[in-house]
Design a protein around this ligand. Structure first.
Ligand code: WT7
Length: 659
């Protein structure tokens, strides 16, 4: 993937400056952006301290902006206290209680709206129900919910009590849910009977029951939202319906003020090992990052309807469905279904029917919708749209241009936002009223953030253009605080790759390779570790490998990615069977079984696209799997490199299907 990308990076020369009209009305124009950058460069902590004061409502004002005495375990605003839910809801009630907070549409076309006052009431009721279960500040609650208002309400209800939520994407399997519940030690799970997706009912409660049957001794209770109404089993003494548990409770609940560093949520993401890591985000710094980036990057204004299509199960849904927009008192759109039901016009119909003004989605969705042709979007009135966004993976210039021409009518700015689960909020992006854009580049760090390109030794790559590892050179308020229960892994993974610089700088390693052009614009090329990006979702190759190896017929497996037109990357697995390698129909049946097995272990998103059964893997004499070679084979490339030094050179022809 990186070499293809690198070519397009080198040949892309188009530049699209912001329109004068957009710039004139924007929250940040070019002059303001320059002013912000200069202010942050001159007084880094003063810059962030001033925003933390002006944007957030504190119960106890902070005195210290940044404590770096235990770097890379940074603390921001640590002597201040606040409540995230108060900042997202209560403080808007006096001025915008009747403003729409959430506009919702389900896959079947059912709609619901919540004003800020209504959302506040629902959040308080659920918070009271959680409290009634004896859950207190610092306890963990796992949310396994559809992408619906209930998910936002549940997150806010936890935040209101200082309870740490961990959302598990509804597409993850019972096994994956069990692993996450056990790692968090959650006492309570909030789920739904099911949800409506892709024309089917997804049986969330059944998966939750399976997960709890597999282990999870910490779980004392389950709250179940009624969504589909299909028959489910409720376990006496453990399970309670959401509507029953909240029915008689007051619509008011005092927010619990917490220290700024108190964890707001844990969110699991893949790394280079088989075990997903619980990324720990805090309350104050995280909220500031999500709130301010939403203002700057999406130019959020009072009458906008902001639609971020990401599921709440991912960090994008945390920062740009729940926390960022609500802290700004904005109106958000939530759509629960898939983009292709009933047809590929669904996103555009929602934009038209609800009057969406800002639309933020992933390149994989753009590429998929692009395939169905421009006649479809052209049937809808998209005239309310004023800004488009992209996130999750590099957007190829062809998809960028289609987005620009067909959806943006060659007028709307596009913000290509680079960030990660770990960064909490957008790190690099154009500001739509200030930054000239180039298709495929996320342009530059936002004001107050600092990036660089370094070589294998961690030395800055100097020169007119630069290529290498992407690092962040200063801490930032919304950064992850640690990996839940494993601070050593935190330090090693993110700060351990390069030595601390003589001036005391700790380099945060993003795990991405990048190119910086002569204008200082960044072009993300792809991951440098064993992490795949499938449809904008991160998947560890090791995770898929361990899922495969847990099948009784599998002796060994190696997983690599290959470029995929719509998904960005496809998952390719090379599998060595125990005993005799099956062939013909027997092989096909096993491959099918293995794909299902991975879906059961992780979730359907991890199902390998290709599985090849073989007698061995290409290994060096020291036993290391030659992944580069496997990647070439997966791509169908001619193998030109010398394989004679391999322990088993003959295997290459077999893997490539030539023997
Ligand atoms: C990885 C982070 C942040 C929300 C979604 C993904 C890739 C993300 C971009 C972009 C190029 C991007 C990177 C990054 N990525 N946004 N605009 N351009 N690459 O979050 O699952 O934590 O994955 O996604 O490789 O490291 P995530």
């Amino acid at each position: 993937m990186s070499s293809d990308n690198f070519q397009s990076v080198l040949t892309e020369t188009r530049v699209f400056p912001p329109s004068a009209e957009f710039a004139a009305a924007a929250r940040v124009n070019a002059a303001k952006m320059a002013e912000l950058r200069a202010a942050a460069a001159a007084d880094f902590t003063g810059f962030w301290g001033a925003y933390a004061k002006s944007e957030l409502s504190w119960a106890t004002p902070f005195k210290t902006v940044l404590d770096d005495s235990k770097a890379p375990n940074y603390r921001w605003f640590h002597d201040g206290t606040l409540n995230a839910s108060y900042n997202c809801l209560d403080r808007h009630l006096a001025t915008k209680g009747d403003k729409i907070a959430i506009r919702y549409e389900g896959e079947k076309g059912d709609t619901r709206n919540y004003t800020y006052r209504e959302l506040h009431a629902e959040v308080c009721k659920l918070a009271n129900a959680i409290k009634a279960k004896g859950i207190v500040k610092g306890d963990r609650v796992v949310l396994y919910l559809p992408h619906s208002p209930e998910a936002v309400i549940a997150m806010q209800a936890c935040a209101r009590l200082g309870v740490i939520h961990s959302v598990v994407f509804g597409g993850f399997s019972a096994t994956a849910l069990r692993d996450r519940i056990e790692d968090t030690g959650a006492k309570l799970v909030i789920t739904a009977d099911g949800n409506q997706r892709g024309g089917n009912v997804v049986d969330l409660k059944k998966a939750c029951d399976e997960a709890l049957a597999l282990g999870c001794p910490s779980v004392e209770g389950v709250i179940v939202a009624k969504r589909t109404g299909h028959a489910i089993t409720m376990k006496d003494g453990r399970d309670a319906w959401w509507h029953e548990a909240t029915a008689k409770l007051p619509a008011d609940c005092e927010p619990v003020n917490v220290e700024a560093e108190h964890p707001l949520f844990l969110l699991y993401t893949s790394g280079s090992t088989g075990k997903p890591k619980g990324i720990q985000h805090c309350t104050g710094g995280y909220l500031l990052g999500a709130m301010l980036s939403a203002q700057w990057v999406f130019d959020l204004k009072e009458d906008d309807l902001f639609w971020c299509t990401a599921d709440v199960g991912w960090v994008t849904g945390h920062s740009y469905v729940t926390y960022g927009p609500l802290a700004n008192g904005a109106s958000v759109m939530i759509y629960e279904g898939v983009p292709t039901v009933p047809d590929a016009g669904r996103f555009w119909k929602i934009c038209q029917d609800h009057g969406v003004t800002i639309f933020y989605t992933a390149p994989t969705a753009i590429r998929a919708l692009m395939k169905s042709g421009e006649e479809i979007p052209n049937q809808y009135d998209l005239s309310e749209l004023r800004l488009l966004g992209s996130v999750g993976e590099p957007i190829n210039p062809e998809a960028w241009m289609w987005y620009h021409r067909v959806i943006g009518k060659e007028k709307l700015p596009i913000v290509d936002t680079w960030w990660q689960t770990e960064t909490g909020s957008i790190m690099m992006s154009p500001l739509p009223g200030a930054t000239p854009t180039k298709p495929g580049s996320c342009t530059q760090p936002l004001p107050g953030l600092f990036a660089d390109v370094v070589d294998e030794m961690g030395e800055p790559v100097v020169g007119k253009t630069a290529g290498g590892y992407l690092v962040l050179t200063k801490p930032w308020p919304s950064m992850l605080r640690t990996i839940w229960g494993d601070n050593e892994r935190y330090k090693k993974t993110y700060y351990g790759q390069f030595p601390v610089r003589p001036d005391g700088t700790h380099l945060y390693v993003a795990g991405d390779s990048t190119h910086r052009d002569e204008d200082g614009y960044y072009w993300i090329l792809g991951r440098t570790d064993d992490v795949l990006n499938v449809s904008g979702h991160r998947l560890g190759t090791m995770e898929v490998e361990s899922a495969l190896v847990s099948h009784p017929r599998v002796a060994e497996a190696a997983v690599v990615g290959r470029p995929h037109e719509v998904k960005g990357e496809a998952v390719c697995a090379f599998v060595i069977c125990k005993g005799v390698r099956p062939t013909g129909d027997e092989a096909l049946a096993l491959i099918k079984e293995l794909r299902e097995h991975v879906a059961k272990e992780i979730g359907p998103i991890a199902k390998p696209d290709d599985i090849r059964l073989a007698d061995g893997l290409p290994k060096t004499r020291s036993g290391k799997i030659m992944r580069r070679l496997l990647r070439s084979i997966a791509k169908g490339e001619e193998i030109t490199q010398d394989v004679s030094t391999l322990e088993n050179p003959g295997i290459v022809a077999q893997l490539a299907g030539k023997a």
